[in-house]
Design a protein around this ligand. Sequence first.
Ligand SMILES: [Zn+2]
Length: 202
Amino acid sequence: MKFEKEFAQLLFRNAVIFIDSAIGYINKGLDSYVNMLQAIVNLQFAMELALKSSVVSYCGIRTVLVSKQSNLSGSEIEDLYSVNKLKVREFDDIKNFTKGKKHLYNFERKEYQYMELFQKYRNCVLHSAYVFSEQERRDAEKNIMYALLLKNPIYNQELYNFLKKEYEDLYTCPYCSARTMTIDYKCARCFNVFSDRHFLDM
Ligand SMILES: [Zn+2]
């Protein structure tokens, strides 16, 4: 089903848009409450979209659809897709689905805990006035990126293209071994900051 691949790519492209936005807020400084909230919500969106995209490409579009739609024929699903009527299951269901697919998703317990943490943040932001502690924010931002996006080769390419456009010079990150470190020695991939210049000669 050709549209299936297209659907996965669209989900993924949107994930990258939210990631870019999250990076923007992180770079503006997370000491501001607004930036922090925006970074967290954008990361959560990106994470949901990236995981859905990945499940669609590995396991097919039916896996992510609500049960009523997943039993339809291919052409019926395509018709719904073309009129924007596809209903995707809750993130929690999709996340739990990946837990039983160890050969495809080698997320560790810690990584699932981060997904759950971000889900909690998202729900709290939407339904109440959640106050993030400094530690919560610091813990969460790095690992969520790693858990979901950095293991995805499409993301790496998209991120690189984005950075090439935004920054003139890029360096190789000593941690990622990818050319994703900006001139202020901050890696946009792993979010490590390398203030020590000698890393650059590695
Ligand atoms: Zn890095």
